[in-house]
Every structure is written in structure tokens, then in C-alpha cells.
Design a protein around this ligand. Structure first.
Ligand code: ZN
Length: 290
């Protein structure tokens, strides 16, 4: 009897052992599967960064999820990004500076967080605050042209007016910072209520000269009303929506943006923050003239 009982016990032990092995293997296979799946998705997203064809989105849906195919807000990516094995990419961009006080605050935060960003500057203010403009460049950020004077009625009167303003800003940036930038951003975006008649011609002219424009696909909405830090973060979250590649619009002249930038950066740990350059595939609003 005793013998029979110990045989039974042995069998039961073996059975439990088998089950443990089976479940263990399943878990390992699952983890490997998740890793492979996410790696494929992430490499697809990385490829998109250097894809020759620019991503184009319409202005009215600038904040909508236009990169659905890259949206991997799934368990795999969350799992991997939690352990910092993979990242999404965010390009922080600041328009309308340099400003007297806030640009330095923005630069301080970026330095503290070890983040490089992009500044689309106004020539008028680069001449006014040359030290700040030089600081942008010295600290490793990208500088691009916004305009020389931020006045839609002058800029968009005709193509020649836009180009004349652009050249003035370009010369200012070159003289003061030594940078011959290839990047620019249209005041109001490439397609807006003031420039429908001329934007196609301006793009053709400046692209023929080798310049690259960047619109955006997410925004802090920091020039709309006087938003609190919480509201800025809400705008960021609502426009980012977990997408793989984000060009974020912000303004370094806005005090609340400068004051809350650290919190906003901390809210996106799954993103690598990168400066734009001429090799980054641009985000464009719809090029309706083509
Ligand atoms: Zn602007």
C-alpha cells in the first residue's frame, strides 16, 4: 500500500513538473513574440522618419490621427517602452522667438532635461535678442526661419513679398548665428486663411532653392487663450494620441509654455525628443496645389 501511494505521489509530482514546464515555455514564447512584434512595428516607424515621401496632412485635421498605420499604442509598445527598449519620436518646435525672457527659460528647461529642440525664429527678434539666438545654436538646438516680421497682410500679399521677408530673416539668422539653415515654417502653417492664393507658389520657389518647410501634427494650442499648465498638457495629450512620430507646435514667447515645459516633457517618457534637421521627413499640411 505504502509503495502504491509513493508511486502515485511520484506520478503527481511528474505531472506538476510537466505543467510548470509547459506554462513556463508559454510565457517565454509570449514575451519573445511581444518583443519581435514590437520591434517590427518600431523599425517600420523609424523607417518612416527617413522616408523620402513627406507625410502630408490637411490643415483642418492637423491634430487628428493621420498616422494610423503607425499607431502602436498597444500592449507590446507599452511593455517595451516601459523598460526603455523602444521609443517613439517627438520633435519639439518653438515658433515666434526669441523673446526677451521666455526663450531663456525654455532653453534652461531643455538643458536641464537634456532635450534638443527646434526654434523657428523671427528675424526682427533675432536682431533684438542676438545673444538668445546664439544661445539656441550653441546649445545644440536647430534654428529655422519663421519670418522677418510676423504680419500676414504683408507676408501673404504676394509671392515676392513673402520671399523678400524670408530672405531678410535668413540673412539675419546667418549674420548673427552663422547658421545657413535649410528649414522654415510658414507663419500660420503652410496653408492658412490668409495665404491660399500664394502658398503653392511660395512652396515651389523655396523648395527649388533647397529649403524644407515643416508644419505640425500636434500642438500645445498655447496661443489660444491663456492656458494653464494643465490645459497645455491636455492639448498636448489630445493631439499626440500616442502616435509614433510627432512634430509638436509650441511658442517660446508664451510664458505658460516656458513655465510648464518641464512637466510637459516629463509627461511623454515613451518619446525620444529630437531636433529637426534636413534629413527628417517633413510633416506637411495638404499640398492642394499639386
Ligand atoms: Zn508664428
Amino acid at each position: 500500500m505504502r509503495n502504491e501511494a509513493s508511486v502515485k505521489q511520484n506520478k503527481r509530482r511528474k505531472m506538476i513538473g510537466k505543467w510548470i514546464l509547459l506554462i513556463g515555455s508559454a510565457i517565454v514564447a509570449g514575451v519573445v513574440g511581444v518583443f519581435l512584434f514590437a520591434s517590427i512595428k518600431v523599425s517600420a516607424a523609424e523607417d518612416a522618419v527617413i522616408a523620402p515621401t513627406p507625410l502630408r496632412i490637411s490643415q483642418s485635421t492637423a491634430a487628428a490621427p493621420v498616422e494610423k498605420n503607425l499607431n502602436s499604442n498597444n500592449m507590446a509598445t507599452l511593455f517595451l517602452s516601459h523598460f526603455r527598449l523602444t521609443y517613439k519620436t517627438m520633435y519639439l518646435t518653438f515658433d515666434d522667438g526669441p523673446s526677451k525672457e521666455n526663450t531663456d527659460k525654455v532653453l534652461d528647461v531643455l538643458k536641464e532635461k537634456n532635450v534638443k529642440a527646434t526654434f523657428f525664429v523671427i528675424g526682427e527678434y533675432v536682431r533684438k535678442y542676438p545673444d538668445t539666438a546664439r544661445r539656441i545654436v550653441e546649445e545644440g538646438h536647430t534654428i529655422g526661419i519663421h519670418c522677418d516680421v510676423h504680419d500676414y497682410s504683408i507676408l501673404y500679399a504676394n509671392k515676392e513679398a513673402y520671399i523678400a521677408d524670408f530672405e531678410k530673416a535668413y540673412d539675419t539668422v546667418y549674420q548673427i548665428t552663422g547658421v545657413k539653415t535649410k528649414l522654415f515654417r510658414f507663419p500660420g502653417g503652410s496653408v492658412n486663411a490668409y495665404n491660399k492664393q500664394v502658398c503653392g507658389d511660395i512652396v515651389k520657389e523655396l523648395e527649388a532653392r533647397g529649403f524644407i518647410y515643416f508644419d505640425w501634427n500636434a500642438s500645445l494650442e498655447d496661443t489660444v487663450g491663456n492656458k494653464s499648465g494643465e490645459q497645455l498638457l491636455q492639448s498636448a495629450n489630445e493631439s499626440v494620441m500616442g502616435r509614433e512620430r510627432i512634430v509638436m507646435l509650441a511658442h517660446d514667447r508664451v510664458e505658460n509654455t516656458a513655465d510648464n515645459l518641464g512637466t510637459i516633457i516629463d509627461a511623454f517618457p515613451e518619446y525620444r525628443m529630437r531636433p529637426l534637421n534636413e534629413y527628417v521627413s517633413p510633416v506637411h499640411f495638404r499640398r492642394f496645389w499639386e
